[in-house]
Design a protein around this ligand. Structure first.
Ligand SMILES: *Cc1c(COP(=O)(O)O)cnc(C)c1O
Length: 313
């Protein structure tokens, strides 16, 4: 089970290893987004995404004998970078399974941390991960469907409450649902009046559609600028949490994701990867259930975007 106590314990465990990233007030975006805009800058976290929190918490929670042969993880890139960092810290080998479409900045970043990279079709990542685990005895580190991973990700929400006590709403990008499971669990225990709003790409809106139908739907593979949010089905452990305690989920179209990224860069001077700018995109679309005087914190989940990708914009 995921509890706030687990998230609080993770925060203490992670403190020596991670940055407390800044919450930055972006007055210049208030009129455009129609609220008091703040961001939580996890693009400036070590490895440049929040995924380090979950990966480190998981590896630091595992008995050493489970880790002796090393670890393997399926990832769109950022979880892999987090696992590679954690494995290096513990001095164990890591293999990261990435889709062939992963941006080169993510692939290179993982290799630079000393991990092995295997690339395959997006839909095959979990099968290949299991095969590698069987063959070599590697422990599988799941990107979101794991309570220790969710607890690590949830630590970011406790920081937001400490850094922005007046916050009314937090906007969280959704992929498999690990981040929002942790954030919502912490917030609903510590500050239940704070609204938790998820944002997912309209082209793979697995959470909106699954919540509507009451079961975890498996969607067809799609292309999106948000390369970290392409998971095709809500996580088994994540879905009931999101279904029960997340206040709203909005679907964001591709043009708005792109505008979100440009707005953050041009007006906010923040370099965010598309997946993490999706919340700003949702606000630009005008679909967020917020009002003018609300203090809204947009969780900027990652910054792993290369100059080659920027050029396309
Ligand atoms: C993984 C990721 C997400 C989504 O997190 P989930 O736990 O899969 O929902 C959002 N933004 C970035 C940058 C990510 O790497």
């Amino acid at each position: 089970m995921l509890t706030v106590e687990k998230i609080q314990a993770a925060k203490i465990k992670l403190a020596p290893y991670i940055y407390q990233t800044p919450v930055v007030r972006l007055h210049g975006l208030d009129d455009l987004l129609n609220c008091n805009v703040s961001i939580k800058a996890e693009n400036m976290q070590k490895t440049n995404s929040f995924k380090l929190r979950g990966a480190l918490n998981k590896l630091l929670s595992m008995p050493l004998e489970q880790l002796q042969h090393g670890v393997v993880a399926a990832s769109s890139g950022n979880h892999g970078k987090g696992v590679a960092f954690a494995a290096k810290l513990l001095n164990i080998p890591a293999t990261i399974v990435l889709p062939e479409t992963a941006p080169s900045i993510k692939v290179d970043g993982i290799r630079a941390l000393g991990a092995n990279v295997v690339q395959c079709k997006l839909a095959e990542r979990h099968l290949i991960t299991e095969a590698l685990s069987l063959e070599h005895g590697y422990a599988i580190i799941h990107p979101y469907d794991d309570y220790d991973i969710m607890a690590g990700q949830g630590t970011v929400a406790i920081e937001i409450l400490e850094q922005l006590p007046q916050v009314n709403a937090i906007v969280v990008p959704i992929g498999g649902g690990g981040l929002i499971s942790g954030v919502a669990t912490a917030i609903k225990a510590l500050a239940p009046h704070v609204k938790i709003i998820g944002a997912e790409p309209a082209v793979v809106s697995r959470y909106s559609e699954s919540i509507k139908s009451g079961e975890r739907l498996l969607l067809k593979e799609q292309k999106s600028l948000a390369d970290a949010l392409l998971t095709l089905q809500p996580g088994e452990r994540n879905f009931p949490i999101v279904q029960k305690i997340v206040d709203d989920i909005v679907r964001v179209d591709e043009a708005s994701i792109e505008s979100g990224m440009k707005t953050l860069l041009e007006a906010g001077k923040i370099l965010a990867e598309p997946s993490s700018a999706i919340g700003i995109g949702a606000a630009l679309q005008g679909h967020l259930p917020i009002s003018k005087n609300d203090d809204v914190c947009f969780l900027i989940s990652g910054g792993n975007v290369g100059l080659n990708q920027l050029q396309h914009l």
